[in-house]
Design a protein around this ligand. Sequence first.
Ligand SMILES: [Fe+2]
Length: 268
Amino acid sequence: MKKIFNLIDAGLGRLIFRNDNNFIINLYGSFKRFLLNDVNKKNNFFHSGYIFSGKGNLNYCEELKLYINKFITKNFKKNTYNYTIPNNKKIIEISKKLFESNKTLKSHLKDIFNNKFIISDISIYRNFHFEAQNLSNEQYSNFYHCDHYLKTMFKVFIILDDVNEKNGPLFFFDKRTTKKIIPKYYKNRTNYVSDLDRKFQASKFTGKIGDTLICSTTECLHKAGIPEKNKMRDIIVYNLFNFKQTDPWHYENDLSHTLSKKFGKIKI
Ligand SMILES: [Fe+2]
């Protein structure tokens, strides 16, 4: 019975909302978001699903990079292509300063959410090159997907390197393009047409260190690009939830994947 329900839930989600999320989670997320935001407000974010959003302070980026370098020097393993740097008090403190230093980001978040959001988690990653031959070798979210969370979740990405096409930038499609792709060209994370990037001209998050992107990753198909040989890419990702609370750092001492799950998953 549960299997049939899941199949219908998945099918309807793709048919009606045309993203890679099931019907119930889409419906509940849309409803929650509708209650929290002024639908008459003029901004393009809810329409396109993403916005480039200024630049964080270079010194904080460099400070975080020192922690990344230190962690990887200590924990380097052959055949490991993605490192997540464990958060500690100092890293969270610098990450917070970096976030707050981006005035454009702050102003966009006010325009889009009227500052009704909280940060539930922070992740810092370094990706290295690996040989990806086909759709069977996923090392670090390098297959197209939408995040399987309520659409009250958004992500803020700040690149901690100068990133060009060779560094494996984040690839993503806006909401409109995602809606075009889903019915015909995308079944699931491991089953979609192989030349999506070219067919629909994926956007790539390239730029200079500190550059920032806000993206509705539950509605926009996206993937991590793979750096070329001897290249890498560092990035910090903030998980945000549209929320009643207007202090973004309300959960500063509890940031975790578990907290994101608490706010972003539903139990049926
Ligand atoms: Fe993702």
